[in-house]
Design a protein around this ligand. Structure first.
Ligand code: GLC
Length: 466
């Protein structure tokens, strides 16, 4: 009879084998992992390496001392950054990183073909890719101690190109970044246009990473710009996105149509827009960052990745981070349920679903991006639980995931209010579901690896003294 420990290592070995099977080779070198290796469905673009998906794999490799694949990935994707990219004769900004890439063959010759969104469904631009790239470069440095890669002139130039693209001033009065719908992990229309939390938090984390990676080169304007933006971004998000019962109470009593500088309701949020579910759902000791904020619009939905990353990036204060974790603990069935972790809560339903998603059948209520449960989010949850000293929450979530993921063959996502069903159109052997579990387990066993992906509090740029 095999003991529980033997069984656990057998399962882990199986997950490792699956992860290794997903590796993509280019000119004989490992450079990334495919999105999924599903023998039962059409590959579409799931045979490509997505930049955001690779982050989970990269963390696993880095934590196991296999840094070469991450190094190769960073080098090759940097070369793609400067490639010709075009849609209908229009050239997008120079710093853009692709959503995904693939190895193509021409006779014996191999070359990489990237998709910057010009082939993707609905032509969504992958705004998050360049941010993940910088965050991953920092994780690589932390894990290996190899400072030379990021110091190479082409890497320094690549970081600056990204900063040029992200810090540019357009027609915006807010320090948050204005993006179209579906510009990140949620890459379909879901009402996440304008200033979605996930992009703002990744923006913040990537600016913090950039300020560590940039070398002083006489052109210190980059440091100045990065630090100023960090300060105003933090001020804006802490003051205007944070929601707890007190704040919801303030919004409830807001007056509309206030004009001028010294007013409470700066964004003209109408109290009637507070959804009915919120006041019952929000526990006394809980809180979170709202999903979006724009003129006359606060999206009160809870988005998991943005909130968990805000803990890791220390964009949420320590007290706020505890409140976010309290929310998970007290709304466990809704946010963790039968498979950690729900991507957003609640789902859009009925007429709202029709209008906001454009009747997207893949994003039907409680499925996929619209309230589905995504195993990849387990590593974010584990890391945030460790950072806030709530290890027991991470242990409980990992135990739930492990019970199902192996027998269900690592689906991409789960459906239903509590994630009980394998997602309607979910791929199986989805790489970031496999890597998400391995990364979570490795973080739990060696919490010192948290430093690869987290940022200490209090080192960001100057705030705003309004
Ligand atoms: C889906 C997800 C996206 C992911 C891709 C590959 O399109 O929405 O976030 O990168 O699949 O797994």
């Amino acid at each position: 009879m095999t003991s529980a420990i033997d069984n656990e290592s057998l399962l882990e070995a199986e997950a490792w084998q699956l992860l290794e099977k997903s590796i993509i080779y280019y000119q004989g070198k490992p450079i990334g992992t495919v999105a999924a290796h599903d023998p039962e469905s059409d590959a579409l673009n799931y045979d490509q390496c997505f930049l955001r998906d690779f982050v989970a794999s990269a963390l696993v490799f880095l934590m196991h001392g296999k840094a070469e694949i991450v190094r190769n990935f960073l080098i090759e994707t940097l070369k793609l950054q400067s490639h010709d990219k075009q849609m209908d004769c229009f050239e997008p900004g120079a710093g853009l990183m692709p959503a995904s890439f693939k190895v193509h063959f021409n006779g014996n010759e191999e070359f990489l073909v990237a998709d910057f969104g010009e082939q993707a469904i609905a032509r969504v631009p992958p705004v998050d890719s360049c941010m993940w790239w910088i965050i991953l470069l920092r994780a690589y440095e932390k894990a290996t101690g190899d400072l030379s890669l990021a110091r190479q002139p082409d890497f320094q130039a690549g970081i600056k190109l990204i900063l040029d693209l992200c810090l540019v001033h357009r027609f915006s009065l807010y320090p948050t970044m204005l993006v179209p719908d579906g510009a990140f992990m949620i890459d379909r229309r879901m009402g996440v246009y304008e200033h979605p939390l996930e992009i703002q938090v990744l923006f913040y984390a990537s600016l913090r990473a950039a300020s560590e990676l940039l070398l002083p080169d006489g052109d210190d304007s980059y440091f100045g710009k990065v630090n100023r933006r960090l300060g105003s971004l933090k001020y804006h998000i802490s003051n205007y996105y944070w929601l707890d019962l007190k704040r919801v109470g303030d919004i409830y009593r807001y007056k509309g149509n206030e004009f001028g500088k010294e007013i409470a309701n700066k964004f003209n949020i109408q109290s009637e827009s507070i959804p009915n579910w919120l006041t019952e759902w929000l526990p006394e000791s809980g809180g979170y960052l709202a999903g979006n904020l724009g003129p006359g619009r606060m999206d009160f939905r809870f988005f998991t990745l943005g909130n968990l990353m805000s803990i890791l990036a220390s964009l949420a204060s320590e007290a706020e981070s505890q409140r976010i974790m309290n929310l998970f603990a007290q709304r466990w069935q809704d946010l963790i349920g039968s498979m950690p972790v729900k991507i957003c809560f609640p789902a859009l339903e009925g007429l709202e679903w029709k209008i906001v998603t454009g009747c997207d059948s893949k994003n039907s209520p409680w499925s996929y991006h619209n309230g589905g449960n995504w195993p990849v989010l387990l590593w974010f949850f584990t890391a945030a639980a460790l950072k806030t000293d709530r290890t027991e929450l991470a242990q409980a979530a990992i135990a739930i995931a492990e019970r199902r993921l192996f027998k269900d063959k690592f689906p991409e996502y789960y459906d239903g209010h509590n994630g009980r069903l394998i997602g309607k159109e979910a791929r199986i052997y989805q790489t970031w579901s496999i890597a998400g579990l391995l990364a979570a387990k490795q973080l739990l066993a060696n919490p010192e690896y948290l430093e690869l992906i987290s940022f200490p509090e209090g080192l960001e740029g100057p705030g705003c003294s309004l």
